[in-house]
Design a protein around this ligand. Structure first.
Ligand SMILES: Nc1ncnc2c1ncn2[C@@H]1O[C@H](COP(=O)(O)OP(=O)(O)OP(=O)(O)O)[C@@H](O)[C@H]1O
Length: 846
């Protein structure tokens, strides 16, 4: 059945793009057309353009019925608009992939399509080309509103589809909008009604439907669900049902996924009419078209496949050895692009942080749902660009993301089922490229998981034995880092709990058994010296015990529940704590990732567990939102005695007005050191001290105030220091002056003695007449002034007052006066030219 909108008058195919909304088209063109006055030439031109478009549309439509998938070898063989063909050629899309060959034809004819094809086989183009062609054929214009809505389960995938649409719709003028959580809601609100193609995540779309009066989907003619099985699973059930209610029933629906849905209910919900199945049926892996007049999905199952060029292997390890294995693996693959999948964001965060500290020698990234949206997109683009990098990711990155040249996918935590395995593994070996996938299993997971893979995928996956010589344990370093950084330790504790919760909440209890894990060993492997308590397990055990007791009272013959059997490997600390009624730490609010499952293989009744909030996984924010609403029966835990905490005791003491102890500091001599605040001398500090006295101490400090106080104090300290220096110099100068006076007095005494001797005619020594008078020579023990007073005779200059002394008379505040005296004395020992001349003249004269 071909459902085409009646051709409508309008400005023709594509002349607009709403202001500010990113899209494949430019809006300037439209505005120019609007402003331009009616020019007969322009009118003629646009008329002929319209006529050409009309003719092109008629010719294309005529060819739709003749499309034969087997004959299509290149895109040119498809009756596609010139604008689409041009863009395809520009981006080197020449030959359609099998899923494109099979699905584009029926989609162009307006049929509903269920497309299943291996990961990386080009499903995005398989639905984007029909969307563009549909709007083109129907001459969609801005005034026609939303024509097609594409729904993706994750924001990154929606962003990626949007980017591909920008490429392939480059020459069309339709407007497109990316409507995902974490973006500006107001901005989207004002622009949405002007978009022709919307790419959205379910939660955000529903939010607009509910809150945005401008948003109207009555014109919508095409609905696409990418990763349809995920969109339709119970995580999104309520949201998607509400969304679908708002859509016109007479629309075309395209569903695509590598693991397609095959439940009758899903297809009925979507109101599919005569759907065409692509990639269902023969089990050979080549997509086949099966037209059916009624939905009989039991006969046709989507073919589950992994890419042909993907090499798969698995390794069996104890949980506590995973980190060592991962570290060794990364160290051995430094020149590769690797994605490591874990089951919770807290694990991804911890691995990223601890590996950053360990520095493996390759770039590291982490992509998980609790990051800010802009950061998520930045990391996504970073990983796209880089060629040697390791990215720790949750399943938010497992579906649809098209990272080029990923060498390895490491599934560090066991996938929930075969579908999840396929999607994770499919991030590598995309579009005929090679890649490898390593699945890490614990001994208890091996049998079930490998059995399921072999059965459902017909896989011959081989087990890898690890060479112990190639294992390097980073345990000691990790422990050291955790001891050094308390925040990192807290992240490790959260990662530990998050992993246990994810295992505990898995539906398949035969595959995931939290009680088979050695929790102490696991905690140690993360670098934790003490095994953290696991409140939700304690609560669960308590509940089990209560159930057992009530059963026993009803039927005495039933043996009592043996706790050791229920919790074979639960650490001693937990077993002990579990037996007591302990306090909640607020960390036991748990949110199920998926709620469409029955619990398999175990005695655990999940409905009775307190399920509220947890980010064990973040596969999609919208799914989580819905799951939040699905909070169930609360576990009734009896009231317990209140714990006496330090904070409570402190409060009690404060109430009683008890004198709180004050802190005293002592120096090395045992003297008390005064409070620093009390020593502050500046005016501001004193004022502040007074204010503090009249104010209750709220325990905090004001950084701004403290900064000002310190600046003031600093000024005060500097001034005090200057004064001290001056004082010291003064004392030094005084000492020197006294010394000089003493020496002068001694010399005068000597001279007087000598003169007395001459006057007495004492020539005791015959040589004395001939002896030279050297009394005028400078005394080497004295300090001489640098600048002798010119008015004084040369021979007296040497007797001048030492410089320091004269300086003291000049100016005490001179900077150079502060220099230590012993330095200056060295300088003054250098005689100037006049001194030397005087000496020479005296010598000659004598
Ligand atoms: N006809 C084509 N020729 C060449 N490359 C193509 C063609 N179609 C798609 N591709 C490229 O193949 C890669 C994978 O395409 P796409 O992401 O659509 O795969 P997918 O089937 O949606 O994968 P997944 O199941 O993981 O979502 C992309 O890089 C895309 O550009």
């Amino acid at each position: 059945m071909q459902r085409h909108k009646p051709k409508r008058p309008g400005p023709g195919a594509g002349l607009r793009k709403p202001n500010g909304v990113k899209g494949p088209a430019g809006k300037d063109k439209f505005n120019k057309h609007k402003k331009r006055p009616n020019n007969p030439k322009n009118e003629e031109h646009s008329k002929s353009k319209l006529a050409a478009t009309e003719l092109e549309i008629q010719q294309l439509q005529a060819k739709y019925e003749e499309i034969n998938a087997d004959e299509i070898k290149i895109f040119k063989h498809f009756p596609l608009s010139q604008k689409t063909q041009k863009a395809l050629a520009e981006f080197k899309y020449t030959n359609p992939t099998p899923v494109q060959r099979e699905s584009i034809g029926p989609a162009l004819l307006g049929k509903d399509v269920l497309g299943a094809a291996v990961t990386g086989s080009g499903k995005t183009l398989a639905f984007l080309i029909p969307v563009l062609e549909h709007l083109f054929i129907n001459k969609w214009s801005r005034s026609d509103g939303v024509g097609a809505i594409i729904i993706s389960p994750t924001r990154e995938l929606a962003y990626q589809i949007f980017e591909t649409l920008k490429k392939v719709g480059k020459h069309h003028d339709f407007s497109a909008g990316l409507i995902i959580g974490g973006k500006n809601l107001k901005f989207e609100r004002t622009r949405m009604d002007q978009c022709n193609i919307l790419i959205c995540t379910p939660g955000r779309l529903l939010q607009h439907m509910d809150e945005n009066p401008l948003f109207n989907t009555s014109s919508m003619e095409m609905l696409v669900l990418d990763e349809a099985d995920r969109c339709l699973d119970m995580g999104f059930q309520k949201t998607l049902n509400s969304i679908i209610e708002n859509f016109p029933p007479d629309r075309q629906t395209l569903l695509f996924s590598a693991t397609q849905t095959n439940t009758v209910q899903d297809l009925a919900r979507l109101n599919l009419k005569d759907p065409v199945y692509v990639g269902y049926g023969n089990g050979e892996g080549t997509p086949t078209v099966t037209s059916s007049s009624s939905i009989s999905v039991t006969e046709s199952r989507a073919v589950l496949k992994v890419p042909e060029l993907l090499q798969q292997s698995y390794v069996v390890l104890k949980l506590e050895d995973k980190l060592t294995m991962l570290w060794s693996f990364i160290k051995n693959h430094l020149k590769q692009k690797i994605i490591v999948f874990v089951s919770s964001c807290k694990q991804a965060k911890y691995l990223y942080e601890i590996f950053c500290k360990l520095r493996p020698g390759v770039g590291l990234l982490a992509l998980y749902g609790t990051l800010h949206q802009d950061r998520r997109i930045a990391i996504y683009e970073d990983f796209l660009r880089k060629s040697h990098v390791v990215m720790f990711a949750t399943d938010v990155a497992s579906r649809g993301l098209d990272f080029p040249s990923v060498n390895w996918v490491v599934q560090l935590d066991c996938p929930e089922d075969v579908s999840q395995y396929i999607h994770r593994a499919g991030r590598s070996a995309r579009n005929k490229s090679r890649g490898e996938c390593l699945l890490v299993l614990t001994p208890s997971e091996e049998e079930y998981m490998i059995g399921a893979l072999k059965e459902q995928l017909n896989l011959d996956i081989h087990c890898v034995q690890i060479d112990p010589k190639k294992l390097f344990s980073p345990r000691v370093k990790i422990e050291a880092f955790l001891a050094q950084f308390p925040e990192l330790r807290a992240t490790a504790q959260r990662a530990y709990l998050a992993y246990l919760k994810s295992v505990f909440l898995m539906r398949n209890k035969r595959l995931f058994n939290v009680f088979s894990l050695d929790l102490d060993a696991y905690a140690q492997s993360l670098g934790l010296a003490v095994t953290p308590r696991v409140p939700f397990l304690e609560k669960f055990l308590w509940r089990q015990k209560q159930l057992q007791k009530s059963k026993n009272t009803q039927d005495d013959e039933v043996p009592e529940l043996d706790e050791k059997k229920v919790l074979p490997k639960l650490s001693k600390s937990q077993a002990f704590a579990a037996s007591e009624d302990d306090d909640d730490d607020g960390d036991d609010f748990i949110k199920l990732k998926r709620r469409d499952h029955e619990v398999e293989g175990g005695p655990i009744d999940l409905a009775e567990i307190d399920i509220k909030k947890e980010n064990a996984d973040d596969d999609d924010d919208d799914a989580n939102k819905e799951e939040d609403e699905a909070t169930d029966e609360l576990l009734v835990v009896p009231k317990r005695e209140k714990l006496v905490t330090k904070a409570a005791l402190a409060k009690k003491a404060l109430k009683k007005n008890l004198q709180v102890n004050s802190k005293l500091k002592f120096d090395d001599e045992g003297e008390t050191v005064a409070n620093v605040r009390n020593q502050m001398k500046s005016l501001v500090a004193k004022n502040q001290k007074n204010q503090d006295k009249h104010k209750d101490d709220d325990g905090g400090i004001s950084l701004v105030l403290s900064k000002n106080l310190m600046a003031e104090e600093d000024e005060y300290d500097k001034q005090r220091f200057r004064e001290l220096v001056k004082k010291r110099h003064k004392i030094q100068r005084e000492k020197l002056r006294k010394k000089a006076e003493r020496q002068q007095a001694e010399e005068e005494d000597d001279e007087a003695e000598a003169q007395t001797a001459v006057a007495d005619g004492d020539d005791g020594d015959s040589d004395s007449d001939h002896s030279v008078d050297l009394s005028w020579l400078p005394d080497p023990d004295k300090i001489y002034s640098k600048k002798p007073t010119t008015s004084e005779p040369n021979n007296q200059r040497h007797e001048k007052v030492p410089e320091s002394e004269s300086a003291s008379e000049d100016d005490d505040d001179e900077d150079d006066q502060d220099e230590p005296v012993h330095k200056k004395s060295k300088l003054t020992h250098k005689m100037n030219l006049l001194d030397t001349e005087a000496i020479a003249a005296n010598l000659l004269g004598s």
